[in-house]
Design a binder for this molecule. Structure first.
Ligand code: AMP
Ligand code: ZN
Length: 458
């Protein structure tokens, strides 16, 4: 029985899928104008964990994540199209073709990041540029119902016509938004379509681009129907993007939208929130260049609950990598069994693990269960391995493979290890520490057990 914190209503709720045994999830995906940063990846990981947890519990899942490869704005309608911004940043000509090329390029990079983080590919990854007709259709429906007005720069949603506008909260008193556009009827009204004389798609109102909010409304409804079960995204999207999605979708359909809204908190860095616009973002590539494993970052994220802000630091990530490596090493020492002797999943631990994940996806607690099991001498090793690998269906840490394992120790490293063993024997710890650092610079980590030096890759 899953209990989740629903941002809609701000309380824990027991999950009741709309269709028995099935769950639909829509997640706001990347804007493909740049590499995803490791903060963005936290939101995609949330979606992955939700999917994996439901599948683990035997539910059938349909997961949809959009790719924003065209569309106006972030939270404010004056925001330039981000794809156009990306083209300008890269010194490229702004045409429809170059917009597509940029979107294609960063969509591929996003897929690579997803694979590196072992995030399962959503069942549908709709691209906004391929759903313009659906956007127009939804705007027309809203128009027919009297929610739409046209001004000189675009077509807008009239929030005053919706008495329930702002269900997720956080919309309050943002008068600055009206100053941006004096023709708007209400401060909170937002663009459904924005005109552009030079570029864009034809529409009944004039050439231009759809708003980012209508894209998510149109694509979620197209692939999941309406209402559907889950909608996820970063916490910054709730006040405007998600409230606007709700207003559009509910009024167009005359029915409910997403039943459960899950929002992940931010990954922060020392100087505040990590964002592409702040210029302080770290990508998965940077991390790999520093010799860190993408899955160590996954482990790092699992260490905090998705509703807690996480402070990223290199030290913290290194500590996670060490713990992650220890876990993998431990598992690689467990017997694998064979055809006649198979490990069985320990049901007591499985219950504990499941309870943690079903309590609003409590990954820190799930990891605590993992570590508790590794230390429990009463569970046979074969069963331990089977149980840990079973948990990995949800954790997605690729615990079975040990990329840190060193099969052939290079001669140079072997020599340093011998020197270090001698230093340790003579209790010459400064030399031993210096050699450890030297070995690390060459890409290997030494750990001391009572009897030997264990070596793995950084
Ligand atoms: P974008 O590619 O900018 O459209 O963002 C994709 C997703 O990342 C959205 O759900 C954002 O809310 C989320 N997001 C952006 N910055 C962060 C951050 N620093 N930490 C966690 N999630 C973030
Ligand atoms: Zn969205």
């Amino acid at each position: 029985m899953f209990s989740v914190y629903n941002s809609l209503g701000k309380r824990l709720e027991t999950v009741q899928p709309i269709r028995k045994g099935e769950v639909g999830i829509y997640s706001c995906g990347p804007t493909v104008y740049d590499y995803a940063h490791i903060g963005n990846l936290r939101s995609f990981l949330l979606s992955d964990l939700v999917r994996r947890s439901f599948e683990y519990s035997g539910l059938k899942v349909k997961q949809v994540m959009n790719i924003t490869d065209v569309g106006i704005g972030g939270n404010n309608d004056e925001g330039e199209d981000k794809i156009i911004k990306g083209l300008k940043r890269e010194g490229k000509e702004v045409t429809m073709e170059s917009m597509k090329e940029l979107g294609d390029f960063y969509t591929e990079k996003f897929k690579v990041d997803m694979r590196k983080l072992n995030i399962l590919t959503p069942h549908v990854l709709p691209r906004a540029s391929e759903h313009i007709a659906e956007d127009i259709e939804m705007i027309q429906t809203l128009d027919a119902k009297g929610f739409v007005y046209k001004i000189s720069d675009g077509v807008y949603f009239d929030t005053s016509k919706d008495p329930n506008y702002g269900k997720l909260g956080g919309t309050g008193g943002d008068e600055s938004r009206i100053a941006e556009n004096s023709e708007k009827r209400n401060a909170k009204d937002f663009a459904l379509w924005k005109f552009n004389q030079n570029l864009g798609y034809p529409s009944p109102w004039g050439q231009g681009f759809p708003g980012w909010h209508i894209e998510c409304s149109a694509m979620s409804t197209k692939y999941l129907g309406q209402p559907f079960d889950f909608h996820t995204g970063g916490i910054d999207l709730a006040p405007i993007h998600h409230n606007n999605e709700i207003a559009q979708s509910e009024n167009a359909c005359g029915c409910g939208f997403a039943h459960y809204w899950l929002h992940n908190e931010f990954v922060n860095v020392a100087d505040g929130k990590m964002a592409k616009s702040e210029g302080n973002h770290i990508t998965l590539r940077t991390l790999v260049d520093k010799g860190l494993s993408p899955l160590a970052y996954r482990y790092f994220l699992l260490g905090s609950h998705y509703r807690t802000p996480t402070n990223f630091s290199w030290e913290a990530l290194e500590a996670s990598q060490n713990a992650y490596r220890r876990l993998k090493e431990y598992i690689s020492t467990l017997p694998k069994g064979g055809i006649f002797k198979r490990g069985r999943v320990n049901q007591t631990y499985k219950k504990e693990f499941t309870e943690a994940m079903e309590s609003d996806f409590n990954t820190p607690e799930a990891l605590a269960v993992v570590w508790k099991l590794t230390k429990d001498v009463s569970v046979p090793s074969l069963d331990k391995r089977a149980t840990l690998l079973d948990f990995d269906k949800v954790l997605g840490l690729e615990l079975e493979e040990n990329e840190f394992e060193v099969k052939d120790i290079p001669a140079e490293i072997r020599k340093l290890l011998q020197e270090r063993a001698a230093a340790r024997k003579n209790k010459d710890f400064p030399t031993s520490d210096r050699l450890r650092d030297e070995i690390k610079k060459k890409g290997f980590v030494v750990e001391d057990t009572d009897t030997e030096q264990r070596i793995s890759r950084v």
